[in-house]
Design a protein around this ligand. Structure first.
Ligand SMILES: Nc1ncnc2c1ncn2[C@@H]1O[C@H](COP(=O)(O)OP(=O)(O)OP(=O)(O)O)[C@@H](O)[C@H]1O
Length: 726
């Protein structure tokens, strides 16, 4: 029998708990050092859903993860079909009897939020959401830290062990990183400094799994970070040197798209939007939320990059030169922001050129040339260690005494031993087994990713007025230019069996225009946002969804341009009376072929874009591609019965497009003999039959498919090492 009745029975938010004293029924549930008394008359739902009786923020927790209720005989913790399971006393169970002393975890035995169940003492009387401040029982064994906004962040420890990177340099190998070992305590802001070329960015890439040929290991809370990247990626934020922002979007829109792409699939729009607004206010970006990112200052843009990463509540953040190019004031703003994020419980590692704000950091890691550790410890003791008064002198010494063994000096100091362990470190990856079998949070469905990417790409394209203008102008200008080519008989046979050579000129001009338009549309589109792609890929983006979003949007644009180009080019021309596919209106099948050619050319542009290292390299390749299409179209000179040349020509989309149009036009008859020695011989790809038309267009389509496979392959080369193999 209850000793007292509830003071409120309605909503969870403002409910005072029933006090139950019957032996065996009373249960206290403790999370994060806060104890709550459970009421046997109620069922408590646990999950990320804000409507839950107990809301969790961790990505390993499902939207509605589990419930706790009194079944008349015992307390039961029931898993509600969660993605990662519910663990009680070390076992993953769907239904578990909860007794005093039980320990349960949601989503992961080792990583998930941990609940402890105990009998209450008479002083303990806690509340679920909104029920006033409950007394603190005791701290979780896992260290946590309060956050100034939102809930507690799980603190992280990071250890690098003998990280070494050697790359091939001609016949020899060059060492970029040399046995770098250090341990980062939780809630710390660590600056990585060193002279230019000392390997700071390489170290950051090695730590985050972005670098190839890395030896040694990186442990994050005793788990191998690289091996378990998929499971841990939601807890890691990476702000690369190059901004990973679509500058054309507003701050809020960019964050919303990022949230759609990065949050687990069972997150609803309201939760995403709440998180975006929270991050905006946490980084003091609310006043700029409606502005385009391009209109913000460098420091504000950096804050947007940080905001993007904070969306998933990472406990570990890496930043590569976030203050480069910023004035001293902005430099301090960004470093103060990082200090605040570390104080809120995150571990922050920042590569920086600037030594102005080092005193804000807990520790500084100094890299000497050739990537070895010269010092790791408190910033205030660093200059004394080197025996100089200014950092400029330290860096000059690195330059002047190039052969000096700086890491040997650091090792001999004896201080390096203290830098290899953190207060919370167990020394061995003991927790490893406990993490096995924990599924990473499921990323959004492929179709949802595609939908988001298409919408974002359309928004980016629409806001780029130069790009839109060029897309409109190109087909109009080239279509009108095509109409000035004199051709008395248009694209038809000339009377009296005469050759209509001008028809070939009109056709090749049209075909090359379409090739050029299609390739121009896409040739910069992958290379220009490579940094964004690499970051989003590491955050869980599907490679094929990304490519498909480009194909969808660019394909649509190219298709429309093809129609405009054909409408302008064909309107003043005489066309054959009959087609081979659409008998009555040959213009339809001819427009289809030109549009398909544009699509295939656009795919060729994507291959180039995925292949090149920089956007500047795309222009020469675009010119080469267009000239090749002209040369090998089959109109400029005879290709058939020309072994070698013909084989090369068959690799060109223009060859097959001219061939398909040639079928409809009966081009062999229209142009007259191409081979003076054999006047009756015509190009076999132009045979005036439906089957030949199907073959020509089929090859054109096949070429587009091959291009998409090549693009996928080349895209992988630019991905972080940890996701490349997937
Ligand atoms: N793939 C590679 N092959 C050969 N050398 C490389 C490669 N990547 C980087 N390097 C070289 O390794 C050295 C370290 O490069 P890294 O970018 O890590 O230095 P850094 O300290 O970040 O320099 P900065 O401060 O100028 O950004 C440089 O000399 C660079 O030229």
């Amino acid at each position: 029998m209850p000793r007292s009745s509830p003071t409120c029975s309605a909503g969870v938010q403002d409910c005072q708990e029933t006090i139950i004293v019957e032996h065996g029924i009373e249960l206290l549930m403790e999370f994060n050092g806060i104890a709550r008394r459970l009421d046997p008359a109620r069922t408590y739902v646990l999950g990320r859903d804000p409507q839950s009786d107990m809301e969790f923020q961790e990505a390993v927790v499902s939207w509605r993860h589990a419930r706790i209720y009194w079944n008349g005989k015992s307390w039961v913790l029931q898993d509600l079909g969660s993605t990662n399971g519910t663990y009680t006393n070390g076992r993953c169970m769907r239904l578990a009897d909860i007794t005093h002393g039980a320990v349960s975890s949601l989503g992961s035995e080792a990583d998930g939020p941990q609940l402890r169940f105990n009998a209450p003492t008479h002083q303990q009387n806690g509340h679920l959401k909104g029920g006033g401040a409950p007394p603190e029982a005791h701290r979780d064994s896992q260290p946590t830290a309060p956050r100034s906004h939102g809930q507690a962040v799980r603190v992280a420890t990071l250890t690098a062990r003998r990280l070494t990177v050697k790359v091939k340099c001609g016949k020899s190998k060059r060492t970029l990183l040399n046995k770098v070992s250090f341990a980062v305590p939780p809630k710390a802001l660590i600056a990585v400094i060193g002279p230019s070329g000392s390997g700071k960015s390489t170290l950051l890439r090695a730590l985050t799994g972005h670098q190839r040929d890395v030896r040694g290991e990186v442990l994050y809370e005793n788990q191998n970070l690289h091996e378990r990247f998929a499971a841990l990626r939601q807890r890691i934020g990476i702000v690369p040197q190059h901004d990973i922002l679509h500058l054309q979007l507003t701050v809020r829109t960019a964050l919303r798209y990022a949230a759609r792409l990065r949050f687990p699939r069972d997150t609803d729009a309201a939760e995403r939007d709440r998180r975006v607004e929270k991050v905006l206010s946490e980084l003091k970006l609310d006043a700029h939320a409606g502005k385009r990112i391009a209109a913000l200052s460098g420091g504000q843009q950096k804050r947007v990059s940080v905001a993007m990463e904070l969306l998933t509540r990472p406990s570990l953040m890496f930043l590569d030169e976030p203050t480069s190019g910023l004035d001293p004031g902005m430099d301090r703003d960004v470093m103060q922001l990082l200090r605040r994020l570390a104080d809120d419980g995150r571990t922050i590692i920042v590569v920086t050129h600037s030594v102005r704000e080092l005193e804000l950091c807990d520790k500084v890691l100094v890299l000497a040339p050739r990537g070895s550790v010269a010092y790791y410890g408190p910033p205030e003791a660093a200059l004394e260690f080197f025996g100089y008064e200014q950092w400029a002198d330290v860096f000059s010494a690195f330059e002047k005494e190039h052969g000096y063994d700086w890491s040997g000096r650091w090792r001999e100091s004896g201080q390096h031993l203290a830098s290899l362990v953190t207060p919370h470190q167990t020394g061995t990856p003991a927790g490893h087994a406990a993490h096995e079998g924990v599924h990473p949070p499921k990323p959004p469905l492929w179709t949802a990713q595609l939908f988001t990417l298409v919408r974002r790409y359309l928004a980016v394209v629409a806001s780029d007025k130069g790009f839109v203008g060029m897309m409109v102008l190109l087909p109009v200008v080239l279509g009108l230019a095509n109409t000035v080519i004199p051709a008395d008989f248009g694209l038809r046979k000339a009377p009296h069996g005469k050759a209509n050579v001008e028809a070939g000129t009109v056709l090749v001009s049209l075909v090359i225009s379409m090739c050029f338009i299609g390739t121009t549309n896409s040739v910069r589109e992958l290379v220009k946002e490579r940094a964004i792609y690499a970051r989003e890929r590491a955050a869980g983006l599907s490679r094929s969804a990304y490519l498909m979003s480009k194909i969808t949007v660019l394909g649509l644009i190219t298709g429309l341009q093809g129609i405009v180009l054909c409408a302008l080019s064909f309107a003043p021309r005489e066309l054959p009376a009959e087609g081979v596919v659409v008998k009555s209106t040959p213009v339809l099948e001819m427009t289809f072929v030109i549009t398909l050619l544009g699509f295939t050319s656009m795919m060729c542009g994507l291959v180039i874009s995925a292949l090149v290292k920089t956007a500047e390299k795309t222009m020469p390749l675009l010119v080469v591609f267009s000239v090749a299409q002209y040369m090998f179209s089959g109109i400029v000179f005879k290709l058939f019965d020309n072994p070698g040349v013909e084989h090369v020509a068959r690799l060109m989309p223009s060859r097959w497009a001219v061939a398909a149009e040639g079928v409809t036009l009966d081009l062999g008859q229209v142009l007259g003999p191409q081979d003076k020695t054999a006047p009756s011989a015509t190009d076999p790809l132009w045979r005036h039959t439906f089957g030949q038309w199907l073959t020509d267009t089929g090859v054109l389509l096949g070429a587009a498919i091959v291009c998409s496979l090549l693009t996928i392959r080349f895209l992988r080369r630019h991905e972080p090492e940890v996701v490349r193999k997937r």
